[in-house]
Unconditional design. Sequence first.
Length: 95
Amino acid sequence: MKLLTHNLLSSHVRGVGPRGFPLRLQATEVRISPVEFNPDFVARMIPKVEWAVLLEAADTLHLIEVPKEPIQGYEQDETFLRKMHHVLLEVRTGS
């Protein structure tokens, strides 16, 4: 599962947490699957990301490249967008 997907998923099961979110991530496998870079898509997704949940998932997967928060003017910052593209779309978990 991509971290973007994990960040947007919620559960309808009672007792999972407020709004059924966030789901706990337990990965037995982490893979990197190259995806074509689309800066416009990544920039549109940034406001939808629950940053605290992303940081928790990144910590669980021992990813150190996740910024603590979106940077000012990220829409024009290719380095930031590429980093987030990698974290959100190329890192995949398996269980």
